[in-house]
Design a protein around this ligand. Structure first.
Ligand code: PGA
Length: 257
């Protein structure tokens, strides 16, 4: 059987109350529990993780974090959350290198430290890469290649089982998206990502790393990214806060062959 599709909801800094978070998560879990071909991952703000964790039974929907620090908990770092704290809470996935964090100054070097620390802790890393604009000479492909090689520096091959790469073109994310990427855009970049990984590690390992697409995914375009775009999953922002719409995407992913 083909691998399960990985559908990740990135809630960003929402919803604004725990009560709403529980309602949305409850709705998503209800659908996810009946879908055997999908791994559902919800990444709420840190504050909601432990309460939501209490409501989980089974493995079909799990929690992820939207960031992690790289140092262990003994060191003094005001305001940060360590990989051990996350895994201690039962967090299975972590989004790292999201463009909204990079826009606040997060460099590839910082992303790299976080990737290494979280992989060592046994958390599945969802490394986000993506260009701010495309150009006809293909310069943007060099940008993506650089993001991957710098973010994965010193990562040992044995940890790659826990790596996922999400291609999120910045021009296609959020309310200010200039256009939705096409399944062809996603497929083209996923081939590039696999080539970069094959050059860094080896081909066998590279082919196993799941590649996700993210940026204005909704129930109308989800199937095309999974089927024509051959994506292994999706990283979804806005729509993941609407349990009904997100559930529709989960069901679509469950039935894509
Ligand atoms: P969007 O966000 O689905 O709202 O475009 C995607 C993301 O930022 O991960």
């Amino acid at each position: 059987m083909a691998n399960k599709k990985i559908i990740i909801g990135n809630w960003k800094m929402a919803p604004s109350t725990m009560k709403e978070a529980k309602v949305v998560f409850g709705g998503i879990k209800k659908t996810a529990s009946g879908l055997r071909n999908v791994q559902t991952v919800v990444c709420p703000p840190f504050l909601y993780l432990s309460e939501l964790k209490k409501t989980i039974n089974g493995h079909r929907s799990v929690l992820g974090a939207q960031d992690s620090f790289w140092e262990s908990s003994e060191k003094a770092h005001t305001g940060e959350v360590s990989p051990e704290m996350l895994s201690g809470l039962g967090v299975k996935y972590v989004i790292l290198g999201h463009s909204e964090k990079r826009a606040l100054g997060e460099s590839n070097e910082i992303v790299n430290k976080k990737v290494v620390a979280c992989l060592k802790e046994g958390i599945r890393v969802v490394l986000c890469v993506g260009e701010s604009q495309q150009d006809e000479h293909g310069e943007y492909t060099k940008f993506i290649k650089n993001e991957i090689t710098e973010s994965l520096k010193k990562v040992q091959k044995k940890f790659l089982d826990n790596l996922i790469i999400a291609y999120e073109p910045i021009w296609a994310i959020g309310k200010s998206a200039t256009r939705v990427a096409s399944p062809e855009d996603a497929l083209e970049v996923s081939i590039l990502i696999k080539k970069v990984l094959a050059d860094m590690f080896n081909k066998d390992v590279a082919m196993k790393v799941p590649i996700l697409y993210g940026g204005s995914v909704n129930s109308d375009n989800a199937e095309s990214f999974l089927f024509e775009g051959e994506m292994d999953g999706l990283l979804i922002g806005r729509v993941s806060l609407d349990a009904k719409k997100f559930s529709e995407i989960l069901k679509i992913a469950n039935s894509v062959k």
